[in-house]
Design a protein around this ligand. Structure first.
Ligand SMILES: NC(=O)C1=CN([C@@H]2O[C@H](COP(=O)(O)OP(=O)(O)OC[C@H]3O[C@@H](n4cnc5c(N)ncnc54)[C@H](OP(=O)(O)O)[C@@H]3O)[C@@H](O)[C@H]2O)[C@@H](O)CC1
Ligand SMILES: Nc1ncnc2c1ncn2[C@@H]1O[C@H](COP(=O)(O)OP(=O)(O)O)[C@@H](O)[C@H]1O
Ligand SMILES: [K+]
Length: 508
């Protein structure tokens, strides 16, 4: 699914009005109907609704929603928030329609003191500002937003299109923004919903289709995307009937050190369960039995060191050296010993295919930044936010960090995955994809090691790096979702994600 900017959404609106054709008031009615139908499905008519309407088209939606609620036997009051003397044409038209049918339903708010006292368990609808907000809300309106946020603790607050005060395409981290329990947004995700700085403000997001013109949606190029099941079906390659294990590649996994062999086991198992043809693990000597017993399908070579690895660049049971491997996954539980760093430097000299670098491989690179430009083009880096900051530095807000992420992916010609609720995958061509699967049950040690195993596996099987990141992160999150449904977010572990990779593949 594409992510459009506020400007593109306005263009989509205008294109739909011109080409469907449909009047802008009818399009607003469609948007309001989509919201009202959602509200009818989720709230019964006993609860009173208070709809806070701004002077623009977001407010117009709110006025139309009020009318539709009243038409269906709900108790609803439109509180018109006079932040401006100018009302949009469709706001005015909807106010007139409401006044004609329900003259008692309108209440004007021109100061914080005008806020009505709400009966217990009211439903507050926030239709003050949507995609038309240009900058931070100031003055008495900022006070009103704070007041609504106080009420939010006792009532349910549903935002229409965007929580008021939130900018769709820029940071509003330090601005007054409504804290919604639910956001009903139109047609497409807004970039702001996908960044952690807004996590406490959107609540659950539901995207409601309102029939914007499909030609505009398909033909307009966008830089940001959200992955979905349909996209995965175009990427996934079923196994060939005459395949043999050589068809699906031989991967080398360099992982583990004393006390952190679990990371190597998790990565190895995930790599095997994601379909690799052959897997060799390079581990320190203390890890030999651990790998052989817990992942018998994998081969194992040991380093000359007992507790950490320092010679993995020579990890080649036969004479062809590292080139025999289709790809290499390196980092989980590896440690950052000087000998390990030296070996990584040599590995980057000897092996020039796209590989996966995670965890301690990234921590080593943050200590030896001259290694960064030596990573083979097309490789996949999978930092969590702290690892990302260690390598690339800190940012003022999540939008600035997203730009930094994308800039680095372009200049280094790497795929950089910034992990989180919606893992952001920055590509060398400037595009950024957000993964849509996964849940907080995955916020547990080892989940990232599992992802490294899956990505290494897909690269080894011949998926192009971009296909591997999109499919790999999707499968990882989907397996996590299946695990959470089976045993709860609390009880699941990184191993549960591996156990559910099979059902995740079957759902593709
Ligand atoms: N295609 C779709 O998705 C469809 C979208 N639709 C809906 O339209 C919404 C967009 O409507 P919109 O363009 O009228 O903007 P909106 O959010 O109401 O804000 C404008 C108001 O805000 C004010 N204002 C601005 N900045 C401000 C500031 N810093 N501080 C204070 N005030 C500020 C500005 O004031 P002015 O500058 O005019 O004085 C004006 O009054 C969209 O979110 C969706 O709900 C549907 O109806 C149909 C299909
Ligand atoms: N709240 C969440 N929602 C979705 N995915 C999550 C969430 N928390 C963590 N994850 C996923 O779990 C993984 C955690 O990786 P990481 O922090 O590297 O863990 P570890 O270092 O313990 O292996 C990432 O892929 C991340 O996207
Ligand atoms: K709103």
């Amino acid at each position: 699914m594409k992510i459009f900017t506020a400007t593109q959404i306005r263009e989509a609106d205008a294109y739909t009005i011109q080409h469907e054709p449909i009047s802008s008031l009818q399009l607003m009615e469609r948007a309001a109907t989509a919201c009202a139908q959602w509200l009818f499905r989720h709230f019964d008519a006993r609860k009173p609704f208070y709809i806070f309407c701004g002077m623009g088209n977001n407010g117009g939606d709110g006025l139309a929603i009020t009318r539709l609620l009243l038409n269906n036997g709900y108790k609803a009051t439109a509180c018109i928030v006079h932040h401006s003397n100018k009302a949009s044409a469709d706001h005015t038209a909807n106010r007139q329609l409401l006044e004609q049918q329900y003259p008692q339903s309108i209440y004007d708010v021109a100061a914080v003191a005008d806020l009505p006292t709400l009966p217990p368990k009211s439903i507050i609808i926030d239709a003050i500002f949507g995609t038309g907000l240009r900058s931070a809300i100031e003055g008495w309106m900022a006070g009103l937003i704070h007041q609504l946020n106080d009420l939010q603790t006792r009532h349910t607050l549903v935002a229409i299109d965007l929580p008021s005060g939130m900018l769709a395409d820029a940071s509003s981290a330090h601005m007054p923004v409504v804290h919604a329990s639910i956001t009903l947004s139109f047609e497409v995700y807004k970039l702001a919903f996908l960044l952690p700085e807004n996590a406490a403000r959107t609540g659950q997001v539901h995207i409601l289709p309102i029939g914007l013109h499909p030609d505009y949606l398909t033909q307009t190029p966008t830089r940001f995307h959200v992955t979905d099941a349909h996209m995965m079906r175009t990427i996934y390659q079923p196994r060939q009937p005459f395949a043999h294990k050589g068809t699906y590649g031989h991967a080398l996994l360099v992982a583990g050190s004393y006390g952190k062999m679990g990371a190597a086991v998790l990565s190895a198992k995930a790599c095997l369960h994601a379909g690799v043809g052959l897997l060799t693990c390079h581990v320190p000597q203390c890890g030999y039995q651990i790998i052989q017993i817990s992942a018998p399908s994998a081969m194992c070579v040991t380093d000359i060191q007992e507790t950490y690895s320092s010679h993995f660049h020579e990890s080649a049971p036969q004479t062809r050296g590292l080139q025999q491997y289709k790809t290499i996954g390196i980092g989980p539980g590896l440690g950052t010993a000087t000998g390990t760093a030296k070996a990584l430097e040599q590995l980057l000299e000897q092996y020039r295919q796209p590989m996966v670098l995670d965890a301690d491989a990234l921590n080593i690179i943050s200590e030896y930044p001259f290694l960064l430009p030596r990573i083979p083009h097309g490789s996949l880096l999978t930092p969590h936010p702290k690892e990302f900051e260690r390598i690339f530095g800190s940012s003022d807000n999540d939008f600035a960090r997203l730009e930094l992420l994308s800039r680095q992916a372009v200049s280094l010609q790497l795929y950089i995955l910034l992990k989180g609720r919606f893992t952001a995958m920055a590509c060398p061509d400037g595009a950024v994809y957000f993964n849509s699967t996964g849940n907080p049950g995955m916020a547990t040690g080892g989940s990232g090691d599992v992802l490294t195993g899956i990505l290494t596996s897909l690269l080894a099987q011949g998926y192009a790096p971009k296909a591997a990141i999109l499919l790999g992160t999707y499968l990882h999150g989907l397996a996590g979702d299946i695990a959470a449904a089976r045993m709860s977010q609390e009880a699941m572990t990184a191993e549960s994600i591996i156990d559910c990779l099979g059902p995740a593949f079957l759902q593709l």
